[in-house]
Design a protein around this ligand. Structure first.
Ligand SMILES: Cc1cc2nc3c(=O)[nH]c(=O)nc-3n(C[C@H](O)[C@H](O)[C@H](O)COP(=O)(O)O)c2cc1C
Length: 168
């Protein structure tokens, strides 16, 4: 069985619900959920990681993630596989959609992580997103404020694409 750590930060609960939904689709695996409000120390215990964050401010990281960012920036991510999922609002924040996701991406890539689960921006309606790099989102892009109906399918397909890549 694959051991996977899911770490999320949330202000209003949508990201924790998404983390639980990801856990649901990973059903046969050994998964543990962590609210980063309680810390990120447990990240060290996993080779298989999923980070979930909404974006706040204008393209900024969720505050609990932001508070833990220096700790993440000091961690060694070499040998770790990291999949990222972001929540944002494409209509209200169409020019800073998912900016927080890119901040997390940069931190873990800098630490040596291998990123899995990048996705196509096709079909999304935002204007600008810092989370798009070389034509792809750096992770799974969700919009619970405007497109919640699409979320279960998006998560399901994404999980089935990353699951074979995680280490046993
Ligand atoms: C004050 C505020 C600022 C926000 N800024 C952004 C933003 O810059 N980009 C974006 O994509 N979404 C932005 N959002 C939308 C949130 O990321 C979105 O509602 C998310 O689903 C909230 O997740 P949570 O319930 O886990 O906190 C913002 C929301 C609020 C309330």
């Amino acid at each position: 069985m694959k051991k996977i750590g899911i770490f999320y930060g949330t202000n209003s609960g949508k990201s924790s619900a998404v983390a639980e939904e990801i856990e649901f689709y990973l059903k046969k695996e050994q998964v543990k959920l962590y609210d980063v409000k309680e810390g990120v120390e447990a990240v060290e215990d996993y080779e298989n990681l999923i980070f979930v964050t909404p974006t706040y401010g204008v393209g900024e990281l969720q505050p609990d993630w932001e508070a833990r960012l220096p700790k993440l920036q000091n961690m060694d991510f070499k040998g770790k596989l990291v999949a990222l999922a972001g929540l944002g609002n494409q209509l209200a924040f169409g020019e800073s959609y998912l900016g927080g996701l890119r901040i997390l991406y940069d931190a873990v890539v800098e630490g040596g992580a291998a990123i899995i689960g990048r996705t196509s921006p096709e079909g999304y309606v935002y204007k600008e997103s810092f989370a798009v790099k070389d034509g792809l989102f750096v992770g799974l892009a969700l919009d619970e404020d405007n497109e919640s109906v699409k979320t279960p399918d998006r998560i399901k397909h994404w999980v089935s694409s990353i699951l074979p890549l995680f280490r046993d």
